[in-house]
Design a protein around this ligand. Structure first.
Ligand SMILES: [Zn+2]
Length: 88
């Protein structure tokens, strides 16, 4: 699966809670991948994916968003129906 961010394709993988070491999500913007914990509920996966995409956007656009800002933006965007399009 891939997610398109600012015209570039990032690899998206859903991993087990064990593989994620309990984290909800993680990303490596420079290596262009995002991982989401597949054992959390779907709405949490959706918001976590927005969160990880925001980290990638922040990195690419040099926004220097801190963790708290990314969390609040993800919650706000998810609450108004924003979802990340995932390509197969
Ligand atoms: Zn984060």
């Amino acid at each position: 699966m891939t997610v398109s961010i600012l015209g570039q394709k990032y690899t998206l993988k859903y991993e087990s809670d064990e593989a994620m070491e309990g984290n909800l999500g993680t990303c490596m913007p420079r290596k262009m991948w995002i991982k989401i914990n597949k054992n959390i509920v779907k709405v949490q996966q959706e918001e976590t994916l927005i969160h990880e995409v925001l980290h990638c956007i922040s990195d690419e656009l040099l926004l220097s968003l801190d963790e708290g800002t990314v969390q609040r933006l993800a919650a706000g965007l998810h609450s108004c129906g924003c979802r990340v399009r995932v390509d197969k």
